[in-house]
Design a protein around this ligand. Sequence first.
Ligand SMILES: Cc1cc2nc3c(=O)[nH]c(=O)nc-3n(C[C@H](O)[C@H](O)[C@H](O)COP(=O)(O)O)c2cc1C
Length: 208
Amino acid sequence: MADRAGYDMVELHAAHGYLISSFISPLSNQRTDDYGGSLANRMRYPLEVSRAMRAAWPAERPMSVRISATDWVGEAGVTPQEAVDIARMFREAGADIIDVSAGQTSTEARPVYGRMFQTPLSDRIRNEAGLATMAVGNITDFDQVNSILMAGRADLVCLARPHLADPYWTLHAAVALGDEATEWPKPYLRGRDQARRLRDRAQEALRA
Ligand SMILES: Cc1cc2nc3c(=O)[nH]c(=O)nc-3n(C[C@H](O)[C@H](O)[C@H](O)COP(=O)(O)O)c2cc1C
C-alpha cells in the first residue's frame, strides 16, 4: 500500500511496546515456545515481519526499523549492548537504517532524559555495528544536529516536537545557516527574503 501510495521510505515500528517490540523485550515476552526466551527466539517474529516487508517493498527504496535501544530497566530488559545485536539482526533482515529510540516498553522504566538523550544509543549502534542510524529525542537546535552528524553519531537526525512548535523549523534553520539551496514554497518566497534580510542585519549589528 505504501508503495502504491508513492512513499519514498517505509519504517517498521519495532519500538515503544507495540506488537513487534513486545516480542523483543524480555519484560513483555513471557513466551515459552520458539518465539520467547533467548534473543534469537525473541527476534524470530520481528525478523519474519522485517523480511516480509523487505520482500514487498521495492529494493531501491530505503526501509528503516525503529527500535527501543534500551528498556531503561537495567539488565532485566533490553540493554544498549543487546540493542547493537538487535540492530545487526534487523540489518540482515532487510533494514537499510535503524531509527534509534528508547523505552516506552515497561512501567518499571527509569529513563534518563536530557539534551540529545538517545543520541549515545545511536552512536553505539552506528559505530559498534557499522550500521546507518537515525538519532531522535530532545534534539532541538541545528548546532546539535550538525554536531551529531559531523561527529559520526548518526546518519540522519529526526526532530518531532520542535516541528510542532514551529512547522517551518527547517526553513528557519536553512536561513540561519546561510543555506541557499533549500526550496521554499513559491507563495512563501517574500517571507524567505525578509528572513534573510533580518539575518544579514543581525550579523552586521554583531560585527559593528
Ligand atoms: C504528539 C506526539 C506523538 C508521537 N507519536 C509517536 C508515535 O505514534 N510513534 C512513535 O514512534 N513516536 C511517536 N512520538 C515520538 C517521536 O517520534 C519522537 O521520538 C519523540 O518525540 C522524541 O523526539 P523529539 O524530542 O524531537 O520530540 C510522538 C511524539 C509526540 C510529541
